[in-house]
Design a protein around this ligand. Sequence first.
Ligand SMILES: Cc1cc2nc3c(=O)[nH]c(=O)nc-3n(C[C@H](O)[C@H](O)[C@H](O)COP(=O)(O)OP(=O)(O)OC[C@H]3O[C@@H](n4cnc5c(N)ncnc54)[C@H](O)[C@@H]3O)c2cc1C
Length: 386
Amino acid sequence: MDAATKIGVVILGSGLGGYTLARELRKLDREIALTVITADGGESYSKPMLSAAFAQGKAPASLVQKGPEQMAVDLSATILVRHRIAAIHRDTKTLTLRQPDGNETSIGYGRLVLAIGADPRLYQAPGAELAKIRTVNDLDDYALWREALRHGDRVLLVGAGLIGCEFANDLAGAGFKVTMVDPAPWPLGRLLPQDLGEEMAKALAGVGVSLHLGRTVASWSAAGATLDDGGVVAFDHALSAIGLVPRIRLATEAGLKVDRGIVVDRSLRTSDPDIFAIGDCAESPAGPLPFVLPLMAEAKALAATLTGTETPLQLPALPVVVKTPCLPMAVCPPAPGAVGQWRVEGEGRDRKALFIGSDGRALGFALSGGRVSERQSLGREMPDLL
Ligand SMILES: Cc1cc2nc3c(=O)[nH]c(=O)nc-3n(C[C@H](O)[C@H](O)[C@H](O)COP(=O)(O)OP(=O)(O)OC[C@H]3O[C@@H](n4cnc5c(N)ncnc54)[C@H](O)[C@@H]3O)c2cc1C
């Protein structure tokens, strides 16, 4: 056993990335010393539920699968909650840790795994600071968001991407008056061809969502947004869902290679041989992969590597289900920059769209309504991501 193995593995972050890795590690090794350090409360929960929980009347506590004390027992791990890492010192293999009381302390690591997620992208427009624009990216955000809303309130949702559409459907289903604004001409603009996008727009309108597509917010005030066509949308609450930015600050300051995320190789190793990264904060050789299935594959491969069997990540195409009960959807987007054209089959809500490359092969797909059940068989026909 080398020195690094004796000191053990320190995982930063207790999201799906951090905890899935910890579970995978324990399947392979009951002895290795394991510490999870997290800025949040350390509850184990499924983040995808955050955009599908309102209509089901789920309070934040009911989304918690296990608290940190139980996780510590199950994982035979030390779990430090509400502890924020302020700096990584690669020369001494130590971390500066801000404790809940604000004091700083230091802790050593043998191997370090960054599973620190991503921050919501913030909406920039004049007056944005007046509008109290919220984001919901973790359990704490969800608790504050639920506390703020009163039945029947008007919600302005900025962003009609995957997470925006899910929130819109969920909030409309819970009785809120939802207006959605996005510069794209149809919802899920980067993932769907026009026909399916327009079906999604119809379905959202059908559950009461008012859509302003092809529009942006030009300026904000405390209770209204002025759109770029001069229209005004009054609201009680504004929610932004315009994408995520991987948390790279710690890695950048530690001198690790970063680009669109913390850059890792196929073994999930950063530019430091003893530091790894997985989940939303990482940029794999296939690019950033901010979804649950890739993260699980990463955790499995990394657990094997950390316990002595170097295991490069292998990733088949991984379809994502969009949680919009008004029109179920599954998407498997082509790799960024792929050249090709959409070919759409079917009528109305039940459609299958294939993204066909220049050599005639399907490189991606989108399915709606009754065709969603084809996602797994179709997924197997798509090119591997890695
Ligand atoms: C509303 C919503 C719905 C989604 N739905 C789906 C879906 O249906 N399907 C799908 O595949 N994906 C979905 N996703 C994406 C998926 O949930 C994420 O890809 C995944 O949860 C990311 O996990 P993570 O562990 O990388 O990051 P996170 O869950 O964000 O965890 C990051 C952790 O790092 C900690 N941390 C951050 N900075 C520090 C620091 N300095 N010191 C210590 N700790 C720190 C945080 O406290 C947290 O514990 C959804 C995302 C959202 C927001």
